[in-house]
Design a protein around this ligand. Structure first.
Ligand code: PMP
Length: 386
């Protein structure tokens, strides 16, 4: 008899996002509001730098940590835009998407039985990654009334002697919630005193709308406890290039690099050349796309509230998270019926954790026309509920 595979993997649930879209893909005429990636193509000058690199024979491995020129560009970008200071030689690791950086951080920090605090609702990959590393995800429930922010009292209550780390994501997928510098300030003493690490997934940093992006890594007192995860997918519309990075103190970064060296070697070389161009000449594109997202957000939030779906104004990302409790349906029922009756695909909030129940996630990484058509259909759906 063939031996069994790892039970942790066996017990892992498939992503609630994918499950739903596999169903939508079997139907004709479906309008999707589900996908979490920019509808823009990568700006051409960024692509060109990759093409140029190949034309001059840059088709080999790079250093394990990534091209030094890229790491320098990343550190400069972070210093100027986010007031985060990291050393390009020892504290920066270029990875295969932010996804790899999250996995490496967990495998570097977590020992079997360690608790890792996660926020609920939050991005789908965190809990499985923690479990694969042998850790135990411990949720903190986020509330709509407090704009899905992490509050100091709740953090304090969740920390036990077994807590090794916490993973957070602001601006947040799926809620669009953000944390301000003042919000973080209140968490800093708790993080410092407990000595826990914080993996801060800042992949939507450039998609902060109404206030300046803030990060725990801006506080010197806890800077060495923070692992910043970021990448090119969202800000520069580069999902397919699979490039991200982690910024962390030297010990943590060295340890992450050891794993990366054995399992990846180095992130794709052409993508790294594209990323140098993105970091050094891509900011205008980011601003152009952000302005577009902002217009779409305003249109969508307005329409949803007018048609009776209570929707908080999200201050970041390209997601809105309407409350559907008034309809009396569960989030899965709502999404299934909306798909069946009006052929609009959204993601049920519980795909992002138990406490996403009562909400749906709508992505506005789609054209205004697409969003208008989707809103018309949702409105029709709501008007015809029995
Ligand atoms: N973190 C969050 C919060 C995300 O939404 C995503 C992508 N959906 C990722 C990380 C992974 O991004 P990447 O393409 O850089 O691996």
């Amino acid at each position: 008899m063939i031996k069994s595979i790892n039970p942790t993997v066996k017990a892992m649930k498939p992503s609630g996002i994918r499950k739903f879209f596999d169903l939508a893909n079997t139907m004709k005429g479906v309008i999707s509001l589900g996908v979490g990636e920019p509808d823009f193509d990568t700006p051409w000058h960024i692509c060109e730098n990759a093409i140029h690199s190949m034309s001059v024979g840059k088709t080999h491995y790079t250093a394990n940590r990534g091209l030094l020129e890229l790491r320098q560009a990343i550190c400069q970008f972070h210093a100027i835009r986010y007031h985060q200071n990291y050393d390009s030689e020892h504290e920066t690791l270029v990875t295969v998407g932010g996804s790899e950086a999250i996995d490496l951080a967990m495998r570097t920090l977590v020992e079997p039985g360690d608790e890792v605090i996660v926020l609920d609702p939050n991005y789908v990959a965190y809990a499985p990654t923690i479990e694969l590393a042998g850790g135990i995800p411990v949720p903190i429930v986020l509330k709509e009334e407090t704009e899905f922010k992490l509050l100091p009292g709740e953090l304090k209550a969740a920390i036990t002697p077994k807590t090794k780390a916490m993973i957070i994501n602001y601006p947040s997928n799926p809620t669009g919630g953000v944390m301000t510098k003042e919000d973080y300030e209140k968490l800093v003493p708790i993080i410092k005193e407990s000595g826990i690490y914080v993996v801060s997934d800042e992949i939507y940093a450039e998609l902060s709308f109404d206030q300046e992006f803030a990060s725990l890594a801006q506080f010197d007192e806890v800077r060495d406890q923070i692992i910043v995860v970021n990448g090119f997918s969202k800000a520069f519309a580069m999902t397919g290039w699979r490039l991200g990075y982690a910024l962390a103190n030297r010990d943590v970064s060295d340890a992450m690099t050891k794993i990366h060296q054995y399992v990846i070697m180095s992130a794709p070389t052409q993508a790294q050349y594209a990323a140098i161009e993105a970091m050094t000449h891509g900011l205008d594109d980011v601003i152009r796309m952000r302005n577009d997202y902002l217009n779409r957000r305003n249109l969508l939030v307005n329409r949803l509230n007018r048609m009776g779906l209570d929707t908080n104004m999200p201050h970041g990302t390209f997601y809105v998270f309407p409350n559907i409790q008034k309809t009396g349906m569960t989030c899965e029922e709502f999404c299934e019926k909306l798909l069946e009756k009006e052929k609009v695909a959204c993601v049920p909030g519980n795909a992002f954790g138990e406490h996403g129940e009562g909400f749906i996630r709508i992505s506005y990484a789609y054209s205004i026309d697409h969003l208008k058509e989707a809103c018309d259909r949702i409105e029709h759906f709501l008007q015809n509920l029995d």
